[in-house]
Design a protein around this ligand. Structure first.
Ligand code: HEC
Length: 127
């Protein structure tokens, strides 16, 4: 193999091994946003309920059902199952989706919601 071909092969291998910059950036943003915007009230560790319930494994969970967490009747009776779509709607305007919910802060920017949800998804599923 010529030196040139070898260099090219190595460059291609390196490019494949690296996640796309956009995805890596979104993951980093998601973690930072979670820490600064959700972390005072929520933990990502299982069983750690703060003011808000632990968000470990929240995707796929029925709203208001985590054992040991404190919920408003409104959320418990909402019938919501958390998915990327329902969490997005909740964060966009919590009281619009669940009138009477005690979580009143959200995330206004769609890109920030997407980043936080991607972060939650990465930590709560095995794929
Ligand atoms: C000021 C405290 C506070 C902050 C900040 C906060 N939350 Fe919450 N969150 C709560 C409370 C309290 C509840 C329970 C609401 C209820 O029972 O009506 C909740 C509930 C939730 C639920 C439903 C969980 C379940 O088990 O049904 C999700 C999802 C959620 N929060 C996501 C987030 C995300 C993502 C952020 C950051 C963008 C965030 N929250 C920021 C207090 C907070």
């Amino acid at each position: 193999m010529t030196r040139m071909a070898l260099a090219l092969t190595l460059a291609l291998l390196a490019a494949q091994a690296m996640p796309s910059p956009a995805l890596a950036q979104q993951a980093a943003d998601g973690e930072r946003l979670f820490r600064t915007r959700c972390g005072t009230c929520h933990s990502i560790e299982p069983g750690q309920n703060r003011v808000g319930p632990s968000l470990a494994g929240v995707l796929g969970r029925a709203a208001g059902t985590l054992e040991g967490a404190r919920y408003s009747p409104a959320l418990r009776e909402s019938g919501i199952v958390w998915s990327s779509e329902t969490i997005d709607a909740y964060l966009a305007d919590p009281r619009q989706l669940v009138p009477g919910t005690t979580m009143t802060v959200g995330l206004r920017a769609p890109a920030e919601r997407a980043a936080v949800i991607a972060y939650l998804d990465g930590r709560s599923t095995t794929h």
